[in-house]
Design a protein around this ligand. Structure first.
Ligand SMILES: Nc1ncnc2c1ncn2[C@@H]1O[C@H](COP(=O)(O)OP(=O)(O)OP(=O)(O)O)[C@@H](O)[C@H]1O
Length: 367
């Protein structure tokens, strides 16, 4: 294991909040892996990143890299806090932070004062090649696009060969299309450089594009640390289920049948419940089942009908918000050549590969 966070807790002095900004967060990253922290504003992502960089002190727990404690508040009376400049950790922020009066070469060379000149010029050229901007050494930052500036910031952070790279919303100042492209590019660059990295974003598409492991944070806690597939198909908590992807929670009942347990929903029985709890897991088997928009298939032959309340065009598909006769709301992704009118009743059926249930609560939906 390379990066190890063990029950890291951060409290800001004088904070009125009942929750610590970061609350007992534990996670690990393997060498060369890219981790992503995602969550709503104020959930503690930046605080955690700053603590790893040594810019914040921790109040409980431990931060270690390759077996070395960088911050340790777990031993009473013997706190450890290695200063940021001795951690060999690089950082890339959302505002590029390039020096406007220095050209590209001098910006990238900034963190390399100890290298001899020839070696420095060579390392800068190597880094610029790595980020696809070879030959732009003499340009000033204002002569570059936002995406190019961010790639220079990445080259500058990678040049001193940090043990770990931290990236805090590095694309949030860029437009959506460029963000997704850059996210893929940055993943390729980090993999080529074999750099271990931890990346903060609030955009799940960016998280899926970049991360080997993704952590969903909520009120300072890390609710799940997992790969994208498991976060989506096996959410550990209602919050994760609700935050990742479009879906609703629908009242359902797990019932025993001669052929085994099924989850009975207003859309019909769901049978593929291999990893689902047994009926005895909830009182009377009553639970809520997660139905994502891509679990619902438009099928004219289906006896289950739903009325189209809202529709959002997403290019290849529509996101339909539908209401069943029972009053239950569901969402469905439907190929965009099926352009139905608002108010129309269409046939739908569930096609759920991974059935996810939670204890009953007031229904929550996220669109
Ligand atoms: N210097 C500070 N002093 C006091 N409270 C702070 C400080 N910095 C952050 N906080 C509080 O700590 C909590 C976590 O903030 P943090 O910036 O880590 O969240 P975040 O998930 O990065 O949010 P965003 O996505 O908006 O940047 C918030 O409640 C915030 O108000």
């Amino acid at each position: 294991m390379f990066l190890e966070l063990d029950h890291v807790t951060i409290r800001y002095p004088g904070s009125q909040s009942v929750h610590p900004a970061v609350d007992h967060v534990s996670l690990t990253l393997q060498p060369g892996d890219i981790g992503v922290l995602i969550g709503p504003s104020g959930c503690g992502k930046t605080s955690l990143l700053r603590a790893i960089a040594g810019l914040e002190h921790i109040h409980a727990g431990r931060v270690g890299i390759a077996g070395q404690a960088l911050s340790d508040a777990s031993q009473p009376g013997r706190p450890v806090h290695v200063p940021p400049e001795r951690r060999q950790i690089g950082m890339v922020f959302q505002d590029y932070a390039l020096f406007p009066h220095l050209n590209v070469h001098d910006n990238v060379a900034f963190g390399l004062p100890k290298l001899a000149r020839a070696e420095r010029v060579q390392r800068v050229a190597q880094m610029l090649e790595l980020v696809g901007l070879g030959g732009l050494e003499q340009r000033l930052p204002h002569q570059l696009s936002g995406g190019q500036q961010q790639r220079i910031a990445l080259a500058r952070a990678l040049a001193p060969q940090p043990r770990l790279l931290l990236l805090d919303e590095p694309f949030s100042n860029l437009d959506v299309e460029l963000r997704e492209r850059l996210a893929h590019e940055v993943r390729t660059i980090l993999k080529q450089a074999a750099t271990t990295a931890l990346f903060v974003t609030h955009d799940q598409m960016e998280a899926f594009a970049v991360g080997d492991a993704i952590g969903v944070m909520h009120r300072g806690r890390l609710e799940q640390w997992d790969n994208a597939y498991h976060l989506y198909h096996r959410p550990a908590t209602r919050f994760v289920a609700d935050f990742i992807g479009h879906g609703v929670f629908t009242p359902a009942q797990i019932v025993a049948t001669p052929a085994g347990p099924v989850v009975r929903t207003p859309l019909g029985d769901l049978n593929d419940i291999e990893e689902c709890p047994l009926p005895s897991a909830y009182p009377d088997g009553e639970c809520e089942v997660l139905l994502r928009a891509d679990d619902i298939v438009h099928d004219d032959a289906s006896p289950v009908k739903a009325r189209i309340e809202r529709k959002a065009f997403r290019g290849s598909e529509f996101l339909y918000t539908l209401r069943l006769a029972s009053g239950q709301q569901v969402l469905a992704h439907v190929p965009s050549h099926h352009d139905h009118a608002l108010g129309e009743w269409i046939g739908i059926r569930p096609e759920v590969d991974h059935v996810v249930t939670f204890p009953r609560e007031t229904a929550v939906s996220r669109t």
